[in-house]
Design a protein around this ligand. Structure first.
Ligand code: BMA
Length: 376
């Protein structure tokens, strides 16, 4: 038998019985659909065994292309799709037909169905506009969070926005009519201050109240039962720092954080250490709280180091108990010469290294994920 086949069989053995009943360990939604419960347990069982690889907007566009059926920069490079897909709902709240990155919501729904049917996992973020001012998510204003809490002048508007979120989530159906489970990355990067829900823009108590209100509204009032909820900070320094705005164990399924290498390659080693260290802290928190740890967003824009995947990113993550990692979007090049991409496209200098990364033991892309039957 070839080495690769032996590895594959060993891998399947490791993960056999990935799902199964775990009656006394439900997600925070006690009425979650069976597929959502199965996803929750599958992710838990992955911890320490394999890491799903995700990419934002993977099927919609990449560097130099848009909306080509079946295309994906990751698939072009590795022959394999990612096993996790990030999507973004910003502007659905104001009834726009496409999101803030110009992805039409109807196309997004089809991409989500396509990925789910081949066993992929879906995670969604929401850069909601500022509900108090009508400006973007990045334009905080004093009192915004207070204004949408019950009794606040914009609570009605916010509920109206959540109705649209609920409609979208509920419209995601598999071919047997079942709801497609979604990991909802609510108020992501909440310890930074660039969004209206950020640290300097509301008190910890206000954020917690907002979290409770939002989850309770979607889950109990709107009866949306296909969501897992991810608590998702930006970089942090300690357990206390990470948990400063944590809404409570009964309100969170997944704990994660976002981190970027935003400097020149000489800072790679520092990035590796930071990521490794933060994952240690996260892993400990998740273990104590019995939550699923994940790297909810990461990237190195432009990938200027051709061996970054196997010499920096992989060594930082491979020994950690995290269920998945999500690379940010391949928006490509703008006319101004600016660019934004976080996974290689065919011909990009880190593409050969990304193939090695794809083949590395803990990493799970679509082919392995399909065999895991994550929703069964
Ligand atoms: C940021 C950038 C922006 C994008 C936003 C929301 O990190 O990628 O170009 O509009 O996320 O997806």
């Amino acid at each position: 038998m070839y080495k690769k086949e032996i590895r594959a069989i060993f891998f399947l053995f490791l993960l056999s019985g990935l799902t199964g009943t775990a009656q006394n360990d439900p997600p925070i939604d006690k009425k979650a659909t069976q597929e959502t419960i199965n996803l929750y347990h599958s992710l838990k069982k992955l911890l320490g065994k394999g890491i799903l690889f995700g990419h934002q907007d993977d099927l919609a566009y990449g560097v130099g292309w848009k909306y080509i059926p079946g295309k994906s920069d990751i698939k072009d490079v590795t022959g394999d799709y990612p096993s996790l897909y990030g999507w973004e709902l910003g502007r659905i709240e104001i009834d726009q037909p496409f999101n803030l990155d110009s992805v039409p919501f109807d196309k997004m729904k089809n991409f989500i169905k396509e990925a789910y049917e081949r066993g992929g996992v879906i995670t969604i973020s929401w850069h909601a506009n500022n509900p108090l001012t009508g400006n973007s998510a990045w334009q905080p204003a004093p009192g915004t969070v207070a204004s949408i809490l019950p009794g606040g002048e914009k609570n009605g508007l916010y509920k109206n926005w959540l109705d649209r979120i609920a409609d979208f989530m509920e419209s995601l159906k598999g071919k047997n009519g079942e709801s497609i489970p979604v990991i909802f990355r609510l108020f992501h990067e909440l310890n930074g201050s660039w969004f209206w829900w950020g640290r300097k823009n509301c008190t910890a108590d206000e954020l917690k109240q907002l979290w409770h209100f939002t989850v309770a509204y979607l889950r109990d009032q709107k009866k949306v039962h296909n969501l897992l909820y991810a608590y998702n900070t930006d970089r942090f320094t300690s357990e206390e720092d990470y948990l400063e705005r944590y809404p409570g164990d009964e309100w969170v399924d997944i704990t994660g954080f976002d981190i970027y290498q935003a400097h020149s390659v000489v800072k790679n080693e520092a990035f590796l250490q930071d990521l490794d260290h933060s994952l240690n802290i996260l892993e400990n928190i998740a273990a104590k709280k019995d939550k699923i740890a994940a790297l909810t967003e990461f990237g190195y824009n432009g990938l200027p180091d051709s061996s970054w995947w196997t010499t920096v990113f992989l060594p930082a993550i491979q020994h950690h108990k995290i269920a998945y990692v999500l690379a940010w979007r391949n928006a490509g090049y703008k006319a101004s010469g600016q660019y934004e991409f976080y996974v290689p496209y065919k011909g990009q200098s880190s593409a050969p290294d990304f193939i090695l990364f794809h083949d590395s033991a803990p990493m799970i892309f679509q082919k392995k994920a399909s065999e895991l039957a994550i929703y069964k």
